[in-house]
Design a protein around this ligand. Sequence first.
Ligand code: DX5
Ligand code: ZN
Length: 217
Amino acid sequence: MIKVAPSLLAADFARLGEAVEIVNRSEASLIHIDVMDGVFVPNITIGFPVISAIKTIARKPLDVHMMVTDPGRFVSQVRDCGAEIMNVHLEACTHLDRVVHTIKAAGMQAGVTLNPATPVMMLQDIISEVDMVLLMSVNPGFGGQKFIANTVAKVSSLKQLIISTGSRAVIEIDGGVDLNTAPALVGAGADVLVAGSYVFRSPDPIDAIDRLRHIKP
Ligand code: DX5
Ligand code: ZN
């Protein structure tokens, strides 16, 4: 079954604790947290003190998506927040191999994220080292954007790369995921679906998570 990672970016930040409790009570596998620096992406969101506060009540592992320039600077701070997964953008790292190994040495799972225009083959020489690949299906920076359809073909290529190299990386998709866009992603080999607006703009987020989790290709 597919795993679901609700993105808190779409939650009501005045009631962030309630959103975390909803995820706790749901069938979600992870809590997805979007960190932005206003440089790598044109927005600023959640920072380390907020992640640490979320960690005090979260009963699901934290999947921290770093949309920041040179994210290798922040490995120990993300680890100290209690994150289980640290996702860094390939486009933001000059020395990606070093960053991936630093994340793993810090005791977290290492995720590498690709923007929509970055080809999957850029991962060829690092794929055997990473625990997760996060494919962006929108341009990062904002929730509620339209799903970029060519992501489905990228999932298929990535699945091939993972199989051919014997990598154990799981495939996560982020942006515009809902009940309409999810089936093709699952069919192509996605393992984890991030969903922000779909979950938190639903009248019943727990039911929305459940329905996404049981989606068929
Ligand atoms: C966008 C973030 C996403 C965002 C997804 O830059 O990385 O995690 O919350 O939001 P939706 O699901 O609304 O597209
Ligand atoms: Zn994200």
